[in-house]
Design a protein around this ligand. Sequence first.
Ligand SMILES: [Zn+2]
Length: 184
Amino acid sequence: MIRSLLIAGAALMATAPAVAAPPAPSGLRPDQAAFRELYRELIETNTTLSSGSCTLAAEKLAVRLKAAGYTDREMEVVVPPGQPKQGALVATLAGTDPRLKPILLLAHIDVVEANRADWERDPFTLVEENGFFYARGALDDKAMAAAFADNMIRYKREGFKPKRSLRLALTCGEETPDNFNGVE
Ligand SMILES: [Zn+2]
């Protein structure tokens, strides 16, 4: 059921008109440009409770982790029963010492509602002006979620082997815990 919903969602995405990403500022190193693109994609994936989907955001991040080398055994999009849009991404970079407890990198990917009429700029477009980012979730909490995901990608690409395992958990429902709290 969940799988078919995801496929249906992906099909809808594929038929939607393509929107070209605005050009990133020039002068960025390739790794910086890659981070900016990950951050932009996360920002521009609506994850409000009313009309968004954390599951879709988690799936998009999972594609990036997989491209960096994470196997299906090392990561999972966790979709809770009865909450098809409240999915989370969990990924592990195995440590060299299994006796040590892992370090948890925890951030939430859901955002508070954003009414376009209340905003000067589109809240679901990443806008950079005078050195500041403007968008719903630009700081809380998609900046942290994007930085954690980017770190996990870099570690994998560089072959970094931490002593402790690193566990990434990007969860939903932090802003609307009365409905569902992904951390629990
Ligand atoms: Zn928050």
